[in-house]
Write a protein of this length. Structure first.
Length: 221
């Protein structure tokens, strides 16, 4: 299976669906992470160039732990993701070129503006990728069979898919700790451990779980 994960910033992918990424790796699925920004606005102690270098190093270190295959950087301005034609077209092209079986991205009610705008952009790109139109976009049309939205800043109110990540939680947290520049400011590792523990307890789907809003699933019959 081919998996695409769209992450507004470095570390959002791990926070939102890091356990699921580990499960895909265990199943030998091809996984690519698309980072919308390089996270260069992540700390006032550093210049943007310094911060970008730090965060790309952190991605490399986390990637070695998670074991996914490839990273793609769009290099949009951190903190200022907007609905733009060129971004829509680039995302659509990425989907058509990679032909994913599953896409993960933030849910629509995320309180962080970069996250909610990523939802709008990727959701539109998923729709356009399947259309027999838009001559300016390279690639043959591709319909994504399974589409899942993950939670980072704002818990999903109406979940309709749960993944047991009890066996993967330690790897997820180990990878997240590689993003030390961000953990110095906010204890994201403790926060997501608590949320995943809560999700496991409340859903009965394991000691730790990741919850999603499924927008699309494959054929039932």
């Amino acid at each position: 299976m081919n998996i695409l994960v769209f992450s507004p910033h470095p570390d959002d992918d791990i926070i939102g669906c890091g356990g699921s990424i580990v499960k895909h790796v265990k199943n030998k699925h091809l996984i690519k992470i698309v980072y919308m920004t390089n996270g260069d606005a992540g700390d006032l102690k550093y210049s943007k160039n310094e911060m970008a270098d730090i965060r790309k190093k952190e991605i490399t270190d986390a990637k070695a732990i998670l074991g996914f295959d490839e990273t793609i950087f769009l290099n949009l301005e951190d903190g200022y993701i907007e609905y733009e034609t060129k971004t829509i077209n680039k995302l659509t092209q990425i989907i058509r070129e990679n032909k994913p079986d599953i896409i993960y991205f933030p849910h629509e009610l995320e309180s962080h503006r970069d996250h909610s705008n990523t939802y709008i952009l990727v959701n539109e790109a998923i729709k356009r990728a399947a259309m027999n139109s838009f001559q300016e976009i390279i690639g043959e049309p591709w319909y994504v069979p399974i589409v899942l939205c993950y939670e980072v800043w704002t818990p999903i109110q109406e979940i309709n898919y749960v993944e047991d990540i009890t066996a993967e939680i330690n790897i997820k947290l180990e990878a997240l700790k590689k993003h030390s520049s961000q953990l110095d400011n906010v204890a994201y590792d403790q926060a997501i451990r608590g949320l995943n523990r809560y999700r496991g307890a409340m859903t009965g789907m394991g000691e730790f779980a990741e919850c999603f809003k499924m927008l699309r699933t494959n054929k039932i019959i």
